[in-house]
Design a protein around this ligand. Structure first.
Ligand code: NAD
Length: 334
């Protein structure tokens, strides 16, 4: 079967890691027809927007996209392409696995957890205004519909991946109405999944426990803002941005992308670690039901990490982006 997939290389280091990832995925034997579309600031002179309608149409048509990072200019009249994509396509679940990898030196071992972050509301929606010259107000909206939907997504993911526990993270002791509603919905949904252990944890305690004993956690489900912060903490537990993959999933479409940004100072230097995007590509293949190809790439990645020869600078090596991709491809073909 051939899958038609939208590929958005992005800008900054995006095109380099997108090219590396595409080569690795193609070498896995899976049949993919890539529909390459550009997005980002460079398109503004031609289309008047960094996210032209044909990009959204391509994702709606193909239902799956692999995306490189895109720079969000500070100031200016345009919203972040990344945030707009999530909103336009209603990609309500942000999924960020954090798993210990061999050969990557960190303070922790045996971390294997998944952060499921609600992607559409909460303070992160950025509904703010100034109240006179010396005050500002931000509105936190939490709805039953979005909270139940993300809780159900987390439990379904746990079941599908054979995971044992879901932890709902909140601050309902203080935000009794908003986070209180989020927690109430998580508890209610948990009753439908008696096979999975459910617990809840206040977000500050969660941060402490994650840095003390991350191996105790399995699936975390969080409102948008806590999810944003805690998922970066979790990336730090297993080796940082260079190895942190992610997915934004909705009912009609799914966009897979590394957690990191466009790292402009490294652009065009063949220097950046392609693993975050390659691991995002593996998540995409699993989403497509191409588990064999996904496993083949994952095993090759593990072999390269164990060998420790073709590693990028952030992992203590001096290989370039394309050399690391070549090493993964050689392991697959060996
Ligand atoms: P960044 O993630 O681009 O980079 C910060 C630093 O982390 C880099 O300078 C580099 O030292 C390191 N790093 C990041 N990715 C790495 C990798 N794969 N390998 C090795 N080292 C890596 O964060 P930033 O500099 O804050 O953001 C740059 C731009 O990217 C901004 O415009 C921001 O808005 C945008 N951004 C986009 C996305 C996205 O497209 N989804 C996500 C985050 C940030």
């Amino acid at each position: 079967m051939t899958h038609k997939i939208t590929l958005i290389p992005g800008d900054g280091v995006g095109p380099e890691i997108a090219q590396a990832t595409r080569r690795v995925i193609d070498a896995s034997g899976v049949n993919i027809e890539w529909e390459v579309v550009e997005a980002g600031e460079a398109l503004i002179p031609r289309y008047g927007t960094p996210l032209p309608e044909h990009v959204l149409d391509s994702i709606r048509r193909n239902r799956v996209a692999l995306k490189g990072p895109i720079t969000t200019p500070v100031g200016g009249g345009f919203r972040s392409v990344n945030v707009t994509l999530r909103q336009e396509l209603n990609l309500y679940a942000n999924v960020r696995p954090a798993r210990t990898l061999p050969g990557i030196v960190t303070r922790y071992q045996n971390v294997d957890l998944v952060v499921v972050r609600e992607n559409t509301e909460d303070l992160y929606a950025g509904i703010e205004h100034r109240v006179g010259p010396d005050a500002a107000e931000s509105i936190k909206i939490i709805t039953r519909q979005a909270s139940e939907r993300i809780a159900r997504f987390a439990f379904e993911l746990a079941r599908k991946q054979g995971r044992k526990k879901v932890t709902a993270v909140h601050k309902a002791n203080i935000m009794k109405l908003t986070d209180g509603l989020f927690l109430e919905c998580a508890r209610q949904v948990a009753r439908e999944y008696p096979d999975i252990v459910f617990e809840d944890m206040i977000v500050d305690a969660m941060c402490m426990k994650l840095v003390q004993a991350p191996e105790n956690y399995d699936v975390l489900v969080l409102p948008n803002l806590y999810g944003d912060i805690v998922s970066d903490l979790c990336a730090g537990l297993v080796g940082g941005l260079g190895v942190a993959p992610g997915a934004n999933i909705g009912t009609g479409a799914a966009v897979f992308e590394p957690v990191h940004g466009s790292a402009p100072k490294h652009a065009g230097k063949n220097r950046i670690n392609p693993l975050a995007m390659i691991l995002s590509g593996i998540m995409m293949l699993q989403h497509l039901g191409e588990d064999e190809a996904a496993n083949r790439i994952y095993e090759a990645v593990l072999a390269v990490l164990r060998e420790g020869k073709a590693l990028t600078y952030d992992l203590g090596g001096n290989a370039g982006t394309s050399e690391m991709a070549d090493a993964i491809i050689s392991k697959m073909l060996a």
